[in-house]
Design a protein around this ligand. Structure first.
Ligand SMILES: NC(=O)c1ccc[n+]([C@@H]2O[C@H](COP(=O)([O-])OP(=O)(O)OC[C@H]3O[C@@H](n4cnc5c(N)ncnc54)[C@H](O)[C@@H]3O)[C@@H](O)[C@H]2O)c1
Ligand SMILES: O=c1ccn([C@@H]2O[C@H](COP(=O)(O)OP(=O)(O)O[C@H]3O[C@H](CO)[C@@H](O)[C@H](O)[C@H]3O)[C@@H](O)[C@H]2O)c(=O)[nH]1
Length: 327
């Protein structure tokens, strides 16, 4: 297929674009480079443009005869969405509606959308399956839920075919160490802990140790970025207007903040000092996936089930690229 990857210069988008190309698809990346990197984009066309530029989007979809869109472009930080919600509603909701309009104008009806487990808010039990109520506890989660809702309505009214993939925490890097996570400033747990191991930070701050979990720190489900990429390819090929998908993507294994820090110590062999800080607003205590539906429907299984293996790939990337794509 000819696929437009919005946000394809970013972390998950660049890994997915690479997989798409490896599987023989024609890839075009559309990214405003606000958080992405030219160096993360492989040997396929990069259109530098913004989601809000509907004319440019429509022209790009037409010029490359795009058949399917995989839409990663968004702002994605839970904490920042609490302090600056306008930034999130503007980009994630208005920007995505602009993309959907451009798709209609260019007669492209197939889209795979990056949703998130943050749409579930604080679940009543764990693990979370797709039938759980969606009640976000931060603006970021609300922006993603709003688009899930819009996609359902667009499917019903305009015959749009969509998959909303609710990822849990993306982690790791391409195992060859060529591409990986490079956010500036970095706010994600694993890269921050590895920056301590690299000597770039003195210590890692644990955001709260008074949560109702075994060790008091937040539990997340860390899914390897290449496993996410595989699921996108499978979903893209399955969806039709009559068969839209809403699927969790995770490993089903919950890992606490303290356990991540310990796993990073084991993988790197470094002493990684940690200190307990206050809670970060908007953080649910535990988010773990029941991804049985994705296993069944997509015939997909994560290859990385041990978080140490995921961290090993991230460590390889951070060691070989201590300053990310900048070098
Ligand atoms: N990282 C995670 O753990 C995680 C988990 C669940 C869902 N998601 C979702 O997955 C997607 C990708 O996340 P990521 O971690 O790769 O983020 P990222 O910031 O690395 O990538 C996002 C990319 O989108 C681009 N972009 C942002 N706004 C744009 C706009 N208006 N126009 C054009 N390009 C724009 C950025 O330049 C960047 O390259 C996001 O939609 C995010 O909400 C991420
Ligand atoms: O310096 C840090 C950074 C993070 N954490 C904690 O580590 C966990 C993971 O945090 P982070 O890596 O920032 O990821 P999340 O806030 O869980 O959000 C990610 O995962 C979500 C799905 O859970 C996605 O929707 C978001 O886009 C993505 O940023 C959370 O409990 C944080 O409180 C710390 O204790 N110290």
């Amino acid at each position: 297929m000819r696929v437009l990857v919005t946000g394809g210069a970013g972390y998950i988008g660049s890994h997915t674009a690479r997989k798409l190309a490896a599987e023989g698809h024609d890839v075009v990346v559309y990214d405003n480079l606000s958080a992405g990197h030219r160096g993360a984009v492989g040997k396929f066309p990069l259109v530098v443009g913004d989601l809000h530029d509907g004319e440019k989007l429509t022209a790009t979809l037409k010029e490359y005869n795009i058949e399917s869109v995989i839409h990663f472009a968004a702002f994605a930080l839970v904490g920042e969405s609490v302090t600056n919600p306008a930034k999130y509603y503007q980009n994630n909701v208005i920007g995505t509606l602009s993309l959907l309009d451009a798709m209609r104008a260019a007669d492209v009806s197939r889209i795979v959308f990056s949703s998130t487990c943050a749409t579930y808010g604080i679940p009543a039990s764990s693990p979370i399956d797709e039938s759980f109520p969606q009640a976000p506890v931060n603006p970021y989660g609300f922006t993603k839920l709003a688009i899930e809702r819009a996609l359902e309505d667009y499917a019903h009214a305009y015959g749009m075919a969509f998959a909303a993939l609710r990822y849990f925490n993306a982690a790791g890097a391409s195992p060859d160490g060529d591409i990986g996570e490079d956010h500036s400033p970095e706010s994600h747990l694993i890269p921050l802990v590895l920056q301590v191991a690299l000597g770039q930070r003195e210590s890692i701050s644990v955001f709260g140790d008074d949560y109702p979990t075994d060790d008091g720190t937040c539990i997340r489900d860390y899914i390897h970025v290449d496993d996410l990429a595989d699921a996108h390819l499978a979903a893209m090929q399955q969806i039709t207007a009559d068969n839209c998908l809403k699927l969790n993507l995770g490993t089903g294994r919950g890992v606490s903040v303290q356990e991540i820090i310990q796993a990073c110590r084991e993988v790197t062999g470094m002493d990684i000092p940690a200190e307990i800080g206050p809670r970060r607003e908007g953080d649910p205590p535990a988010l773990v996936a029941n991804a049985d539906k994705a296993h069944r429907i997509l015939n997909w299984q994560p290859k990385y089930m041990d978080v140490r293996e995921t961290i090993e790939t991230a460590w390889r990337w951070h060691q070989s690229h201590p300053h990310g794509f900048a070098q």
